[in-house]
Ligand binder design. Structure first.
Ligand SMILES: NC(=O)c1ccc[n+]([C@@H]2O[C@H](COP(=O)([O-])OP(=O)(O)OC[C@H]3O[C@@H](n4cnc5c(N)ncnc54)[C@H](OP(=O)(O)O)[C@@H]3O)[C@@H](O)[C@H]2O)c1
Length: 332
């Protein structure tokens, strides 16, 4: 049995072009059309959710809108054989929370081909500690390993290391035997990063070269970059022969002021990471690893849990780069 209404964090656009959130009750019939109705147990907060909730047109154009690019919960009803009431599932990416109502609600309704069965070894809560951020961190590690990275090749750098993608990248890499150098702007969080498994901690300035030299001494075997801009350009100049850099974010800037020298003189691989439209077969394989050999021992240490009432404050914090780890959202 479903309830007639559901609670949600709904963002409306005003006549003055401002974006105002409210916690509302809506009838279930207001949900978008879709094959699978899911009762949401948990969602999470990603940087992209904060952009959506504050009206960034590159993420969300249709208002009123319920953000939340991630959701994990239980199937209530399904129009396809593949999913049955009671199945535990998760959804990340596709259009969820972008222009389709997302996980900051007690229910979502989505196309069946967005839905991933919860893998054995993972609880609904743990799946949302990962969310899109953890999935992206795992895609980054997977991409680097497919391009030849292995622990004996040397140290792997992670930027934005106390953020969502960064924290989980540090924890996964440490778990599977890499030496991890973590870049952070938060001087108070060095112990946190060491607990996740980082062995070297660097300030942002140390990876933000201003010399204009085309190459720097080759240090990193690999890197997960969540920030972009001149920091990504610096990493490319500092990557070892045939090393790999996974570019997944842009919190420091969308530009990339580089030359071709790292690519043609050192054979550096610049790997683009897209979690949103990752094909389903690979999606399931990555989630299976997150549930097994890549699962950090202290995953819960990365998480803080809030309800819908706590979202507005955390949305402002993540936009200012002030969040540590992952925020799990209980839609109540
Ligand atoms: N490609 C994809 O599919 C995909 C998927 C998920 C996320 N992303 C992108 O990845 C990025 C990170 O997402 P997230 O959810 O992990 O965000 P987040 O939790 O806010 O983490 C970002 C971290 O970057 C660091 N940072 C913030 N501002 C910075 C600046 N100006 N210069 C250098 N470092 C800065 C901060 O860590 P420190 O204080 O430790 O430095 C911050 O905690 C975002 O750009 C997001 O859009 C992309």
């Amino acid at each position: 049995m479903t309830t007639e209404t559901f609670t949600a964090y709904l963002v409306s656009k005003t006549a003055e072009n401002t974006f105002v959130p409210a916690i509302v009750e809506r009838p279930l019939e207001d949900l978008p059309a879709g094959d699978v109705l899911i009762r949401v147990a948990y969602s999470s907060l990603n940087y992209k959710d904060a952009l959506s909730a504050t009206g960034h047109p590159g993420v969300t154009r249709k208002f009123p809108h319920i953000p939340g690019i991630d959701a994990a919960g239980t199937v209530v009803s399904s129009a396809v054989e593949q999913f049955r009431p009671g199945d535990e599932v998760l959804v990340t990416g596709y259009d969820l929370g972008s222009n389709t109502w997302g996980g900051y609600a007690q229910y979502i309704r989505v196309p069946a081909d967005w839905v991933v069965p919860l893998p054995a070894g993972l609880s609904l809560y743990e799946s949302m500690i990962y969310g899109t951020a953890g999935f992206t961190a795992a895609l980054s590690v997977d991409a680097m390993e497919h391009n030849g990275l292995s622990p004996e090749k040397g140290e792997v750098l992670v930027t934005g290391a106390t953020g969502g993608v960064g924290s989980i990248a540090v924890a996964i890499l440490a778990k599977i035997g890499y030496r991890v150098a973590a870049v952070t702007g938060k001087t108070t969080e060095h112990d946190y990063l060491r607990r996740l498994g980082a062995t070297t901690i660097l300030s942002r300035d140390e990876v933000n070269d201003q010399s204009n030299r085309p190459l720097l001494s080759a240090r990193w075997a690999g890197a997960v970059d969540t920030v972009g801009g001149n920091i990504l350009a610096t990493i490319l100049k500092s990557t070892q022969q045939h090393g790999s850099v996974a570019a997944c974010g842009l919190v420091a800037g969308a530009e990339l002021p580089t030359t071709v020298y790292p690519f043609i003189l050192r054979g550096v691989n610049l790997l683009g990471i897209d979690s949103v439209l990752c094909p389903m077969e690979k999606r399931r394989a990555i989630w299976a690893r997150l549930a097994s050999d890549w699962k950090p021992d202290h995953l819960e240490e990365i998480a803080t849990t809030i309800t819908l009432a706590g979202l507005q404050e955390k949305i402002q914090a993540i936009l200012q780069g002030k969040v540590r780890g992952r925020i799990v959202v209980e839609p109540k």
